[in-house]
Design a protein around this ligand. Structure first.
Ligand code: SF4
Length: 626
């Protein structure tokens, strides 16, 4: 049977001032009818460029398809004219993007945008197109589709906008749906609903799906087959269960080990040293060399082709070879392994186990009693307060010394507002925050200053929280100047060097600007800035949610090790429950401004009492390979 999509030796390159960037460099795969094929890998591995290449949306003139072909239902689509490409997009192939706001036009209503797509690709009257649009909005379970039809995108929540995107993508009944990180920015419960919805609609329309995600549990639950991308190439490809049960490529093994989970609580997460090499600067041989814990002497010089698993012979007919487990690593080539250059380098040691977690019976550091924060709702030209929005509505929390309390719940439940109110970054409406025996809600100005350095926050987006015009060293020193005014210049410089070292950055990096660092390194600068003022309590507000799983593992390991070295306490605000299982000692579940349930991680995860907690836990995607 002809696959719906067949990609053969696709190469998509970009002309850059530094040379030719080989973002996608000779990948081949196919997707059968009704099948879901997932591409996984760190940012910068070429997943999204692959999707754009299939959509014929590679941004020119710098980007171009240098070689290879894509076939849709047996017909070649690479090299079509602009008008032919437009016919295929939306009609035969649709795409759901990570951030729906970037692909919904803010000046047109939802309905107008879906109607336009339907009319463009199917010869339908305005009336018929309208009926299809309203029907699709209902199908993606948006309430009152007739009313929503007339709404503008900015008036909808993130989850609703994502549903609109799905409705738009499926309105023309495409053969292939490309979903690029479709749920990354969503809460776990909305994520579950959206993925179930895509599955249902896929079954109903028998569409094929190319799923791109860095969430391995989402891939495990939704894909039939998986391709692991690294450095613009597919380095491993097989059935989903096969890859998760028996990963072969060292990169896949590391990626799977880097994902947090309860079974890894007493060990550091496995990390992948270094970063994905720039696409203009790939090593001549295996692109994973330099980061690989199994690297051999000849790996950096010789590029491994894809080998089949059963007989370890070179697979040359891999394009439609749906059943094989393919891997690009010299470890599976008997010819390579019999040569002297297969001697292991052994230069990257495996992570050492963490010392045992401290006993949970620790003294109280922070107590929150009846904390409230109400936003005034203002209306009219005079902005008169007409009511209050109860963002945080009387919460009680206790954080023990040297331990982590996780605050979980869906977006909009008040977690971030609670974190800010606890730190007095916003003035609480009511309640007390007792830190080391002192009620800080009664303090202000100079009285609060000593507590400002003891209670710190790490933000979600390291890029927007670092001043792009300041060098890393100055960013860290700036906090010291204001919060530790007694420190002289020499002591400040010494402390900056010390914290840079603590977070795994080198002293020369103090003279670099934020844009010269990777996402993980920027988050390390954010952590270094916080550590420099010697806090005892840190609010981590979605501190790792914008990071790849491999970088996330590095940051979580770092936070755990500094917690153990310095006895720090964390309030970990997150919607990722696998991180909670790994990091936290205790959990408080927040809903609609209130704490609905709290307890130890074991109590909440094994025996949740409240319906809301149960729903939240059921929505978590899991990798269950047994
Ligand atoms: Fe590691 Fe060598 Fe295999 Fe590359 S070829 S993944 S460096 S063992």
């Amino acid at each position: 049977m002809t696959p719906v999509l067949e990609v053969k030796n696709l190469k998509t390159y970009f002309r850059t001032p530094f040379g030719l960037g080989k973002a996608v460099d000779g990948i081949s795969f196919s997707i059968g009818k009704g099948e879901t094929f997932a591409l996984v890998g760190e940012s910068g591995c070429g997943k999204s460029v692959t999707a754009l290449s299939i959509m014929q949306l590679v941004p020119g003139p710098h980007g171009f398809i240098a070689e290879g072909e894509c076939f849709l239902n047996g017909k070649e689509i690479t090299g079509l004219s602009e008008s032919e490409k437009r016919k295929i997009r939306g009609n035969n192939i649709s795409m759901i993007f990570q951030e729906p706001m970037t692909s919904l036009n803010p000046v047109f209503t939802i309905g107008e945008q879906i109607v336009e797509a339907v009319k463009l690709h199917h010869k339908k009257s305005s009336r018929e197109a309208r009926d299809i649009a309203v029907g699709m909005l209902g199908k993606v379970r948006l309430k009152s589709p007739e009313t929503l039809f007339k709404e503008y995108p900015h008036r909808l929540s993130g989850g609703m906008r994502q549903r609109v995107m799905i409705a738009m993508a499926l309105a023309c009944k495409p053969d292939l749906l490309i979903a690029d990180e479709p749920t990354t920015s969503l809460d776990v419960t909305i994520q579950r609903e959206i993925l179930n919805l895509i599955k249902e609609l896929q079954t109903e329309m028998f569409a094929s799906v190319l799923l791109i995600s860095h969430n391995l549990a989402v891939v495990f639950e939704n894909a039939n087959r998986v391709g692991v991308m690294y450095g613009g190439k597919i380095v491993e490809m097989s059935g989903t269960k096969d890859i998760f049960r028996n990963p072969m490529h060292p990169y896949t093994i590391k990626l799977l080990r880097a994902a947090p989970g309860v079974e890894k609580r007493t060990k550091p997460l496995d990390t992948i040293p270094g970063a994905v090499p720039a696409s203009v600067d790939f090593p001549a041989g295996c692109r994973f060399s330099g980061r690989c814990h199994r690297e051999m002497e000849g790996c950096a010089a010789m590029e491994p082709p894809l080998y089949g698993r059963e007989n370890s012979h070179l697979v040359t007919h891999l394009v439609t070879h749906l059943a094989a487990h393919l891997v690009a690593c010299h470890l599976y080539d008997p010819g390579f392994m019999s040569k002297p250059y297969s001697r292991p380098l052994g230069k990257i040691p495996e992570a050492a186990p963490l010392p045992a977690l401290p006993h949970k019976d620790r003294e109280t550091l922070l107590t929150v009693k009846g904390l409230k924060y109400y936003y005034p709702v203002k209306k009219g030209i005079l902005k008169k307060t007409t009511g209050y929005l109860r963002a945080v509505d009387g919460i009680d929390l206790t954080v023990r010394k040297g331990s982590t309390l996780a605050l979980v719940g869906e977006s909009g439940c008040g977690k971030t507002t609670a974190g800010k109110a606890i730190l007095k970054l916003i003035e609480p409406t009511e309640g007390n925050v007792i830190f080391k025996g002192c009620d800080i809600t009664r303090l202000s100005g100079r009285g609060l200053l000593p507590y400002r350095s003891l209670m710190q926050i790490i933000f979600q987006d390291p890029y927007s929280s670092l001043d792009p015009r300041m060098m890393a060293g100055d960013i860290i020193e700036e906090g010291l100047k204001s919060l530790k005014p007694g420190l002289g210049k020499k002591s400040r410089k010494e402390r900056v060097s010390r914290v840079l070292d603590m977070v795994g950055l080198t002293p020369d990096m103090r003279n670099r600007y934020p844009h010269e660092f990777s996402g993980g390194q920027r988050q390390r600068i954010g952590i270094a800035r916080v550590l420099a003022v010697e806090p005892e309590f840190i609010v981590c507000d979605e501190a790792t949610s914008s990071l790849d799983v491999s970088v996330q593992a590095q940051i979580l390991n770092l936070l755990k090790s500094i917690q153990q070295d310095f006895g720090l306490s964390f309030l970990f605000i997150t919607h990722d429950l696998s991180i909670v299982e790994y990091m936290a000692d205790e959990v408080a579940v927040m809903y609609d401004g209130k704490i609905v349930e709290s307890g130890t991680v074991e109590e909440i995860f094994t025996n949740p009492k409240e319906e809301y907690t149960k729903r939240l836990l059921l929505a978590v995607p899991r990798i269950e390979v047994a």
